[in-house]
Every structure is written in structure tokens, then in C-alpha cells.
Design a protein around this ligand. Structure first.
Ligand code: 15L
Length: 267
């Protein structure tokens, strides 16, 4: 195991729960953090730490002694700006600044397709495209990617930013036929993100080997990510769903319904 201690933030979240099991082979000790309660309590070779990413001192403590960070902790849907600010924007700064202070050399950042959500579904993108965030959530992930880029240029801390599509047990709708990332492919991608040398700041799209894709991963070829699953096996089930109306954002934009979320309350 090349890593003694790996940190997974957001360990009680949708993907965090899945990864807690799947990351076990990759480190002697898996340190797990979340703002919420994590059940079950720490097992063998695990450390469980309750931590609010908005709390700088707590994040600095959290990161002491880790060799690499999988940063999955964040508000994960569109919310008012003030809710995104603490965990996602201050949080990503706290993580990188603590990484610098404690000499952590590798971060895997759970970015999102919502950094490019305002592109249409008939547009094809690679990692160098201009970002078109589809809300405050997408903006926070875009900021996280810039943070990763800055900490590499300034301090040599390497990051792979994964623009995760839709990582669920199976695709839930037509859009996800293109954006779906299976848990097995996510796990394989994380392994590549941790083990590939000299990644600098690499941006990769997190999607399975789906038939109709919008994203080109050739600029991240050095990672050696070879997805094995495909949303095709779910096609009949998904196509049995009614087709969304022609003006439904779910049918038009890569970010789907996120592009039309909000405004919230007083925004
Ligand atoms: C995301 O970034 C969200 O965290 C997730 O819940 C899904 O909505 C996903 O994007 C998606 O676009 O399908």
C-alpha cells in the first residue's frame, strides 16, 4: 500500500459512503471526515473525525499526518450562495492551505459536470473548454478547480479534478445515459488519480464508457482511465420513461435541471 494514511472528506455523503468500503485496499489507515454523523463508528484501520470544512482550525487538524486527500466533502446540489460558501468555497481553501502546511502532495478533487452545465447536450467538450457553471454549486466547483491549479503552480501540490457526471447505482433518466459513472469505474478512476505520477493539475470527466457522450478525456490520457461499464444496459428501462418536453432544461443542457434551480427565497 503506497499510502499510509488517506483522508476522505464527505465520508457520510452519497459517494463517501460508497468509497469508505472501496478505498480500504489503498491505505493502511483511512481517515474519514464529515460534518454529519458517520455510521458505523470507526472500524479497524479507520479514523473517524467530525469536521466542518468551514472551520479552518478544524481542517488544519484534520489534515495533519495524511499522505493524500480525496476531497468529496461539499454541499452537493444547488443551494443559496451563503450555504455553498462555507463548505465549498471556504472549505476548499482550508483543505489546500492545510495540505500546503502539512506537506500533502496529492489531492483528488470531486469537481462536477455542473462547472460546464450551461453547455447544450449537442456540444462536445474537452478538459480545456471554457467553463460555464450552471449555479452557485457549479461556481464553487469551478473555484475549487482554480484553487487546485493555483496550489500546483505556486506550491507544487498535485491534483486531479474529476468533473463527475452522475455517479449512482444506475442512471435515473435520459440525461444520465450520457453522464452516468458506475461505482466500479469511479473506484478505478480514483485509483488512477492517486497512483499516476506527475499529474500536475489534470482535469478529467468522470463518466463510464457510455454510448452517447459529450466529453472527451484525451487530455487526461496519462491517467490511464479505462471505464468498463456502460449505461447501455439500462437503455430499455430509461427509454420507457416519458420524453421530457422540448423546452425542459433536462433535455437541453448538460447540467440538466440544475440550470433552472433557484432563485431561493430572498436571492
Ligand atoms: C452533481 O454534481 C450532484 O452532486 C449529484 O447529486 C448529481 O445531481 C450530479 O451532479 C448530476 O449532474 O447528475
Amino acid at each position: 500500500r503506497p499510502f499510509n494514511r488517506l483522508l476522505l472528506t464527505g465520508a457520510a455523503g452519497g459517494l463517501g459512503k460508497v468509497l469508505r468500503e472501496r478505498l480500504r485496499p489503498y491505505a493502511n489507515i483511512l481517515r474519514l471526515s464529515d460534518i454529519g454523523e458517520m455510521a458505523p463508528a470507526a472500524g479497524p484501520h479507520e479514523e473517524v473525525v467530525r469536521c466542518d470544512l468551514a472551520d479552518k482550525a478544524a481542517v488544519h487538524q484534520l489534515i495533519e499526518g495524511v499522505d493524500a486527500i480525496l476531497h468529496f466533502g461539499s454541499v452537493s446540489v444547488e443551494r443559496p450562495f451563503e450555504e455553498i460558501l462555507g463548505a465549498n468555497i471556504c472549505g476548499v481553501f482550508h483543505v489546500y492551505e492545510a495540505a500546503r502546511r502539512h506537506g500533502v502532495k496529492r489531492v483528488v478533487f470531486a469537481s462536477s459536470n455542473h462547472v460546464i452545465g450551461f453547455y447544450k447536450q449537442d456540444e462536445h467538450l474537452d478538459a480545456n473548454c471554457l467553463r460555464r457553471p450552471d449555479g452557485y454549486y457549479g461556481l464553487s466547483k469551478s473555484y475549487g478547480e482554480d484553487m487546485a491549479s493555483f496550489y500546483f503552480d505556486r506550491y507544487g501540490i498535485e491534483t486531479v479534478s474529476i468533473r463527475i457526471g452522475s455517479s449512482f447505482p444506475e442512471p435515473a433518466n435520459r440525461r444520465m445515459m450520457s453522464t452516468w459513472l458506475s461505482y466500479d469505474d469511479l473506484t478505478h478512476l480514483l485509483e488512477r488519480c492517486l497512483y499516476t505520477p506527475n499529474v500536475g493539475h489534470t482535469v478529467v470527466y468522470g463518466m463510464s464508457d457510455n454510448r452517447d457522450v459529450w466529453w472527451d478525456n484525451s487530455k487526461a490520457a496519462h491517467l490511464g482511465f479505462k471505464p468498463k461499464d456502460s449505461s447501455e444496459v439500462f437503455r430499455d428501462k430509461i427509454e420507457a420513461q416519458p420524453m421530457p418536453a422540448a423546452d425542459d432544461p433536462a433535455r437541453i443542457y448538460q447540467g440538466g435541471a440544475f440550470v433552472a434551480a433557484g432563485p431561493f427565497g430572498d436571492d
